[in-house]
Design a protein. Structure first.
Length: 269
């Protein structure tokens, strides 16, 4: 008996140390009362990302450990299917494999997670189109035209978000802007550049585009633009990896200007 009491006392102390100081924790009933935010997404279970997050998986053997009235001895805190209450087998949970119901959009899931990609600028997009098509086969609104109004709404939102995610990640500039925003860095795409040399260069290129009389001349200018885009794309990647966000923003500004010129060339070709 005394050994059991000693073990419980040790565990209680460990649990108190693991919890954030702002949370309220009752040792007698083992109820967590302020963890809805901490456990709102799957990533919250990875304590290495945030040492303040309670490492639930280490204490599953505590039979009466509960969260929101649910017992942790046999289940994890994951979003359940709104239709059949099934626990997701895979994440992100956009579609229930048990009842084939489309789930509501979870804004905590970013675009990289939707396609199972690591959050970094340079991505392996060889299978991106295939994954995109796989999602649309499950989420497209036309597939649920006979379902409830609620699920049709979920389908429209999920499908639109997957489309936006695909377009964002397949475009280097859009991907750069998005990944900076995930880091909390605001990107103003309409901000005026004060770099006189850059503005003069862009003006000169645009004049050359206007004066080009055939596709051969335009293709030559476009090739130069593509080289510049590649250069500043690498510059962004290096700055982002080093967490030099001001330099990363500068690279994005230049990529934005060059992309606009390239769009003008495409229209004229």
């Amino acid at each position: 008996m005394w050994r059991k009491k000693l073990l419980w006392t040790t565990l209680s102390s460990a649990l108190r140390r693991a919890l954030p100081s702002t949370s309220r924790f009752s040792i007698n009933s083992i109820h967590v009362t302020q963890f809805s935010t901490a456990f709102s997404s799957t990533r919250s279970f990875h304590s290495e990302e945030d040492p303040r997050v309670f490492p639930i998986q280490r204490y599953w053997f505590l039979g009466n450990l509960k969260f929101s009235g649910k017992n942790f001895c046999s289940e994890r805190v994951l979003p359940r299917c709104w239709n059949c209450d099934a626990v997701p087998q895979v994440v992100p949970f956009l579609f229930c494999d048990s009842c084939r119901s489309i789930q509501p959009v979870d804004r905590a899931v970013d675009y990289f997670q939707i396609f199972g990609l690591e959050k970094k600028y340079y991505i392996d997009d060889r299978n991106l189109e295939g994954r995109y098509k796989d999602w649309q086969k499950k989420l497209h609104p036309d597939l649920v035209h006979s379902k409830s109004e609620k699920e049709r709404g979920y389908a429209a939102e999920q499908s639109a978000r997957v489309i936006d995610a695909y377009r964002t990640l397949t475009n280097p500039l859009s991907r750069a802007i998005y990944i900076l925003k995930l880091e909390g860095v605001d990107v103003d795409e309409e901000e005026t550049v004060s770099d006189i040399e850059l503005l003069a260069e862009i003006l000169e290129i645009r004049e050359a585009v206007e004066e080009a009389t055939d596709s051969q001349a335009l293709n030559k200018i476009q090739a130069q633009i593509q080289e510049k885009l590649a250069y500043w794309s690498e510059s962004f990647a290096s700055a982002f990896q080093s967490r030099k966000y001001e330099e990363a923003l500068s690279s994005i500004q230049r990529m934005t200007y060059y992309r606009r010129v390239n769009e003008e060339i495409v229209k004229k070709l």
